[in-house]
Ligand binder design. Structure first.
Ligand SMILES: Cc1cc2nc3c(=O)[nH]c(=O)nc-3n(C[C@H](O)[C@H](O)[C@H](O)COP(=O)(O)OP(=O)(O)OC[C@H]3O[C@@H](n4cnc5c(N)ncnc54)[C@H](O)[C@@H]3O)c2cc1C
Length: 272
């Protein structure tokens, strides 16, 4: 389950289509921000700097929707311009158990081999990359991500950075309460192959942190995971079996879109 590997900061990365994603992301941001009042949920608000190559005066990005963004110098070495905004950051190891504890029924863990064979009035299909087989969907592909978990070092734990100027050398730093998450990459990966950590990528990520003047702590773990990427998130009722509602293909934005997508699923399930 890739959700344990994620950063997981609010940002609509590698997910489409833009109009639906912006609406789901905005709805999710409001919900996650409200959870920051309950520390046990593992959600905190951070200040994000999204470093891009656009000039000063560039129009606000498509994902900003109703979000307040400012084009400012990022507080890192070289001071390139960045979009600055406030957004929630989730700690999966706290958030996922917190969510599970709120379910009204226990989770039953077993392989599903055919959606049509599942009992019940409704089957909500959220198998992530497993949907490649379950829905025979070849548009869904793995994109490899790699993160390092480090000590906090001298880094301000209220501030996150993403440097997207070079897509082949994606870099981000996401602070958590007791550690930092450093990334990353987004690479096409052979379907069915397990994700792999590359020590050369680890070295590149650490070098980028150093070059930006970010004094991170020692590396505790390196982890790799596969984003379930689809050119467009599939959130729709199945044409052949109307009991089935598909909800997969959230790419690098599963946490960013979770609540907005869940609300749309609930809407589709409501009898009218
Ligand atoms: C390195 C990295 C960093 C990321 N950072 C962020 C971030 O900062 N912000 C963000 O929003 N997103 C981030 N993401 C993306 C995010 O992790 C994913 O979009 C999200 O976790 C996908 O959730 P999912 O529930 O669809 O898939 P999963 O978490 O993979 O869950 C799918 C579940 O379905 C089960 N399943 C599959 N097939 C079957 C079957 N046949 N029968 C029964 N069960 C099945 C699996 O076992 C699994 O439990 C990141 C991803 C990576 C790899």
């Amino acid at each position: 389950m890739v959700s344990w590997v994620a950063g997981a900061v609010w940002f609509p990365y590698r997910a489409g289509p833009p109009a639906r994603v912006a609406a789901w992301a905005a709805r999710t941001r409001t919900w996650l921000a409200s959870l920051a009042a309950a520390p046990e949920a593992g959600v905190d608000l951070v200040t994000d700097y999204e470093i891009t190559g656009e000039p000063a005066g560039a129009p606000a990005p498509w994902w900003a929707a109703d979000l307040e963004v400012a084009r400012v110098p990022a507080p890192v070495t070289g001071a390139p311009l960045a979009w600055r905004f406030r957004a929630p950051r989730v700690e999966p190891a706290r958030f996922l158990p917190w969510l599970a504890a709120r379910l009204r029924a226990p989770i039953e863990r077993r392989p599903v081999v055919e959606l049509a064979a599942e009992p019940g009035d409704a089957v909500v299909h959220c198998a992530g990359l497993g949907a490649r087989e379950l829905a025979a969907d070849e548009q869904l592909v793995p994109l490899l991500g790699q993160v390092l978990i480090t000590g906090c070092g001298e880094v301000d734990r209220a501030v996150a950075f993403t440097d997207e100027r070079d897509p082949d050398a994606l870099f981000y730093l996401i602070p958590r309460r007791d550690e930092l998450v450093l990334g990353g990459c987004s690479l096409p990966w052979p379907p069915g192959a397990p994700p792999e950590v590359d020590p050369a990528r680890t070295a590149r990520i650490l070098e980028q942190a150093r070059a930006l003047g970010l004094a991170v702590g020692p590396v505790r773990h390196a982890r790799a995971g596969l984003r379930p990427y689809r050119p467009e998130v599939r959130l729709e009722r199945d044409a052949r079996d109307p009991r089935v509602i598909h909800n997969y293909g959230h790419g690098g934005a599963g946490f960013t879109l979770c609540r907005g997508c869940a609300e749309e699923v609930a809407y589709l399930m409501t009898p009218r």
